[in-house]
Ligand binder design. Structure first.
Ligand SMILES: [Zn+2]
Length: 310
């Protein structure tokens, strides 16, 4: 069976301006446009626009006061929600569509419309906590998708996060939730400061979190060893019905925001391992969403290597 990969993206994401020389800027989507175009021309991906999530659906994982605060800040923008999280009026619609894409993709993979999906969205999401925006993230796109899948009746959802930064927001959302397993490999110590191996979950989900804290300099070998070893073992023990992936490409050797050493091929190998695990454990059901990745060449090349495995 060779269904094309559903690829969610939207020109609305180009309007989310973060101002000045901010690394998370609309050019990131321009860098990856040629990759999407060539995969679409080959028939390997079906490009799909992103429906906005409703404000009510945002409150599945976010406080209504946080939703209102972000909405007001966007309307009055350009302004900043923290030292590095900037918004302007168009950011509101971009944020709703980023979350909406990951939620819809998850529902459509669950119902069999698509086999797998990738969401090329911005702003990213994994640093956003229930009550605050941070680290370029306004709402937690992947956490909202996990919540949507729970509402569809799933009881075991796994989230794997290979962005070079720890997904503090995702971890906090599901800290004490036995229905969602969160696993992250990341540079440590590094932004945002969380993600130590001792952080394994709350009393209702004591093994619900798996953190692989890697020092600066880690590369393909360390990432693959973790994905094929501790991650695979933990996923087999959990038995997920669905795999969500926070796909960050800022672990590439050339990325300016961290000090890991992944090669372009490394992202393809990670993609292969994750697809194999999804096939083994949950009938191949996998939805990945773009998190970080800031280098004009490393981002599109790493993304293409990853997408070709999906
Ligand atoms: Zn990152």
């Amino acid at each position: 069976m060779n269904k094309p990969l559903a690829l969610y993206t939207d020109t609305e994401f180009l309007k989310h301006e973060t101002g000045g020389f901010h690394p998370e800027n609309p050019d990131r989507l321009r860098f990856i446009e040629p990759v999407i175009d060539s995969l679409a021309a080959e028939g390997a991906v079906r490009v799909t626009l992103c429906p906005p999530l409703s404000e009510t659906e945002l409150t599945w994982t976010h406080d209504s006061t946080h939703v209102a605060l972000v909405k007001t800040a966007c309307r009055k923008g350009p302004t900043s929600l923290d030292a590095d999280t900037h918004v302007a009026p168009a950011s509101w619609d971009a944020a709703l569509r980023a979350a909406g894409a990951v939620v819809e993709a998850s529902r459509k993979v669950l119902d069999g419309t698509y086999r797998r999906a990738f969401c090329a969205v911005r702003p990213p999401g994994h640093h956003a906590e229930s009550d605050r925006a941070m680290g370029f993230c306004l709402f937690n796109n992947v956490a909202l998708a996990a919540e949507a899948l729970k509402r569809e009746g799933l009881e075991r959802i796994a989230i794997v996060d290979f962005d070079v930064h720890h997904g503090n927001g995702t971890q906090r959302s599901f800290w004490n939730d036995p229905a969602v397993f969160y696993a992250s490999c990341h540079q440590y110590p590094h932004y945002p400061g969380t993600g130590a191996p001792e952080e394994t979950g709350g009393k209702d989900a004591p093994q619900g979190i798996l953190n692989e804290a890697m020092p600066a300099g880690a590369g393909d070998l360390e990432y693959l060893a973790w994905h094929m070893g501790p991650l695979a073992e933990a996923l087999r023990a959990f038995g997920p019905q669905f795999l969500l992936v926070s796909a960050g490409f800022d672990s590439h050797a050339d990325d300016p925001l961290a000090e890991h050493r992944l090669s372009t091929e490394g992202f393809g190998l990670i993609g292969r391992v994750l697809v194999d695990l999804a096939e083994e454990l949950c009938e191949g059901k996998l939805v990945a969403a773009l998190e970080g990745g800031y280098h004009p060449r490393a981002l599109p090349e790493g993304l293409e290597a990853f997408l070709r495995e999906l």
